[in-house]
Design a protein around this ligand. Structure first.
Ligand code: SF4
Length: 754
């Protein structure tokens, strides 16, 4: 007879951070018998989405690597010991660095890094050990424009206001589909319930999106804007606010600079002038502006449709301009800042908005937050000059499916001299690797959402211990990254424990120095802090240190009764609710003068480009992306519970466009852009605005060498073959996946349309 035990942890599969209860059993107690929502979780209150069931499938997936792979003399990937795999990776990377410099090695951190405590903390350690300026991440194919605008306006890249969902009476959402994403740049478990509650208390939800998304279909109003029209639309809203005398700064009164510049910019975007480019009638814009201003509380929120487009930084900035102008920034029910329990740099006074400290070698694109845009990675690899990138390290990333200009990037990665991947799968990118170092399954890791709690709609803290110990011999992800780091620093012989002590000492010293710089007395010195942190190792110790130095922490004894990791684990196994969002102005600002900068030069310099676009006829047909509730990352397509059902990788086309183009439902279509072309199965749907077609991302699993059997059977096509690596948001260099000009013609239907 087997016994069943129940364990609790946070689901790491998306930004919602739901609490889940996992039933374990089997002869060895290591089988996952069931996954359900944790009713006692104070934030998610028992909610979970279908993706959570994928955790069991992921843990048990036979395609998930349990041992490293190293490319042999025969050109194939073969299982290897950890010692051999580390040895090959470190030796070759060190050779390349010694011969060509650190910048000959590029690093790409994928989106799952943000959901892995190990990768969040020790990925940065590896980057510092490597010392390369050739750093890339999924940020520049996602939310980078919002980070740029937030850093410029408020001083911090993650100082991003989130809609106070639980109290707002009016929510204006642009390019966001939280019913599919479960919330993004807005950590909000059971977002459907939270949105329904807005309407139940008499509030209103408006969704501005080229597609009648799942969220739009459930909203009070759907405004079918043209892709890329968001910045002009929001500036027209601001125009009406100024014109009608509706500007009320509220909590921002006396705390902003640049209001006159914003007024002058908005004056150039009358609703009547932007109507054609945005596809939204001037009368609608005027009504929406007045309704927003009149609401007892209101929040404006933009997501992927506003960031991954050609005016991403302008649109991201304009979202918060509307929040400020209507008096809704930093007030209950408006757009507010969290007070996270754990946050690096919490005491820092210096602004993050220091961009362009160096530029990419080929196109001269500016560095943003120490990274270059992934859209230019292929450029940096290409050519024969001595400064080119010769090696690539990917950490939890699959850029050949997630970055624009995929075919060109595939050619570039193939041509590299050496590739290392820290990844659990042989996917479209890692199939080209020379060494693959697989981390353990998410159930074998500790978890704390360092990044996502900074964007939560309520202040919470929750720590998850590993559900299972890793299999014998399997290093933790942080140990993999720290071993690589030691190797790159010439400290291969040093013990992991010693290297980890150095990491934590450096982090704690930095935090204490920033605390002292902020004027607050540091409660302890680094040596005493290290001693107080006890015997933990790895990211748990880092979380403990930051918790204790955080706003709810015990201050290493200075605030008895405050949070420590021991307290969090022993007293709050389901997490602790730290209350609703609180007003944080002006303390949250790191802009130098303590004011919100409403008119950053980097943003305003892009306004002429937007104005010029108003006078150009829009392309006849443009491509946008699409998200599904059961997908987040491409590896999720290898999990049967998440991929089964009707084929999802279809080209959705409005019936009018289908008739005009001669397309039939279930037939094929060739979608072509400047960058490339794919043939996809057609799905005719009136959810799209005419002139807009849509393909989901993360597909294209049938490349030679991919070892993901389930995903291969649902291969689909890679939308990023069509996405253009030269179609970017100008200020940030972020990929513009939405609004790509395309042509579409009938083609034979793909044989396995999945
Ligand atoms: S909404 Fe996100 S965090 Fe919650 S169960 Fe689903 S995948 Fe996990």
């Amino acid at each position: 007879m087997t016994t069943t035990t129940r364990t609790y942890r946070t689901c790491p599969l998306c930004e919602a951070t739901c609490g889940i209860a996992i039933d374990l059993g089997g002869d060895d107690g290591r089988q996952v018998l069931g996954v359900r929502g944790d009713d006692a979780d104070p934030f998610s209150r028992g909610y979970l989405c279908p993706k959570a069931y994928g955790l069991k499938a992921l843990h048990e997936d036979p395609d998930r690597l349990r041992a490293p792979l190293v490319r042999g003399a025969d050109g194939e990937l073969h299982p290897a010991s950890w010692d051999d795999a580390f040895g090959v990776a470190i030796e070759r990377l060190r050779e390349i660095k010694a011969e060509h410099g650190a910048d000959a090695i590029a690093v790409y951190l994928g989106n799952p890094s943000a959901h892995s405590l190990d990768a969040m903390v020790y990925g940065q350690v590896f980057l510092r050990a490597l010392g390369s300026k050739q750093r890339y991440s999924a940020s520049s194919a996602d939310q980078l424009p919002k980070m740029v605008s937030a850093a410029l306006m408020f001083g911090g890249g993650l100082t991003i206001p989130v809609p106070d969902l639980d109290r707002t009476q009016h929510l204006l959402m642009l390019g966001a589909n939280p019913l599919a994403s479960n919330g993004s740049l807005m950590t909000a478990p059971d977002v459907r319930g939270r949105l329904d509650a807005i309407r139940a208390r008499g509030g209103k939800i408006i969704v501005v999106d080229p597609r009648r998304t799942e969220t739009a279909a459930r909203a009070d109003e759907h405004v079918a804007i043209r892709p890329g029209g968001d910045a002009a639309f929001l500036l027209a809203i601001a125009h009406v606010l100024f014109e009608d005398g509706l500007v009320r700064l509220g909590a921002c009164e006396g705390r902003v600079r640049g209001l006159d510049e914003v007024r002058a910019v908005a004056a150039r975007f009358a609703p009547e002038r932007v109507a054609a480019r945005t596809g939204v009638a001037a009368a609608t814009i005027r009504r929406l502006a007045r309704e927003h201003a009149a609401a007892p509380s209101a929040a404006c929120y933009g997501r992927i449709g506003t960031t991954c487009q050609e005016f991403g930084t302008l649109a991201s900035w304009a979202v918060d301009v509307v929040n400020v102008l209507t008096g809704n920034l930093d007030r209950a029910g408006g757009a507010m800042f969290t007070t996270p329990a754990v946050m690096t740099g919490r005491h820092r006074k210096r602004s993050d908005a220091r961009f362009g400290r160096y530029r990419s070698r080929v196109k001269g694109l500016p560095e943003m937050f120490g990274e270059l845009p992934v859209a230019t990675l292929a450029d940096e690899i290409g050519g024969q000059d001595s400064g080119r990138v010769r090696a690539l390290v990917t950490i939890a990333g699959n850029p050949l499916l997630s970055a624009p200009g995929a075919e060109r990037l595939a050619g570039a990665v193939t041509a590299l001299e050496f590739r290392v991947a820290v990844d659990p799968y042989v996917n479209a990118t890692t199939r080209l690797a020379d060494v693959i170092l697989p981390p353990p399954s998410p159930l074998e890791r500790a978890h704390y959402d360092v990044a996502l709690y900074q964007l939560a709609v309520r202040n919470v803290a929750r720590f998850s211990a590993p559900t299972f110990a890793p299999a014998p011999g399997q290093p933790a992800e942080w140990e993999i990254l720290l071993t690589l780091s030691k190797g790159m620093m010439g400290m291969a012989a040093a013990s992991l424990a010693m290297a980890d002590d150095l990491v934590v000492r450096e982090l704690v010293s930095r935090e204490l120095a920033e605390l002292a710089e902020s004027g607050a007395p540091a409660p302890v010195d680094a040596t005493a802090a290290l001693a107080a942190l006890g015997g933990r190792r790895g990211p748990g110790r880092v979380v403990d240190a930051l918790l204790r130095l955080g706003p709810y922490g015990d201050g290493f004894g200075a605030r008895p009764g405050g949070l420590t990791l021991d307290v969090l684990e022993s007293s709050h196994p389901h997490g602790v609710d730290l209350g609703p969002l609180e007003p944080r102005l002006p303390g949250v600002l790191r802009t130098g003068d303590g004011l919100v900068d409403l008119a950053p030069a980097l943003v305003l310099d892009d306004v002429p480009r937007l104005e010029a676009a108003l006078d150009v006829a829009p392309p006849e047909l443009v491509l946008i992306g699409r998200r599904d509730l059961r997908s987040n990352n491409s590896w999720m397509h290898n999990l049967t519970p998440l991929i089964k059902g009707p084929a999802r990788c279809t080209l959705r086309v409005h019936p009018d466009d289908a008739a005009r183009l001669g397309l039939s439902d279930g037939g094929g279509a060739r979608v072509a852009s400047r960058a490339g072309e794919v043939v996809a199965a057609v799905e005719i749907s009136d959810e799209l605005r005419p002139g807009v077609v849509s393909l989901p991302h993360g597909f294209g699993h049938d490349l030679p060498g991919v070892r993901m059997g389930v995903a291969r059977a649902h291969a689909g096509v890679n939308v990023n073959v069509v996405s253009d690596d030269e179609f970017l948001d100008a200020p940030s260099g972020n990929a513009a996946f939405n609004g790509v000009p395309v042509t579409v013609v009938p083609a034979p239907a793909p044989t396995a349309a999945a």
